[in-house]
Design a binder for this molecule. Sequence first.
Ligand SMILES: [Zn+2]
Ligand SMILES: [Zn+2]
Length: 126
Amino acid sequence: MSKRKNFSTKRMAILNTICSTDCHPSAKWVYNNLKEKYPDLSLGTVYRNISLFKEEGVVNAVANVNGEERIDGITEPHSHFICTKCGSIYDILNQELTALDSVLTDEGFHIESKSITYYGKCNKCS
Ligand SMILES: [Zn+2]
Ligand SMILES: [Zn+2]
């Protein structure tokens, strides 16, 4: 019983870590943040929990940056800017109707969600 409780504490800690940052962390980032508090936590456990969270729809995968999958705690559809130099991922929460949206709706398409990913250099790198 105590083992099970322990597991869910770690599970909550992993989820809280993802949701309390807007840096769109990788599994490794989450692991590095938690390993001091949970010395018996393994990177594999973090990966396993993240895939469960994705299945449950409580987190989203954003993109692969430098070979690492980056995770978002915000599940409402929104767009991202990914810096190709430093690997930072920025949220673009302003979802104003774009010209492309009107082209689609004019042609009778019904948009349910959209997420656009921009790539480039962020304002700290350019
Ligand atoms: Zn940058
Ligand atoms: Zn995001």
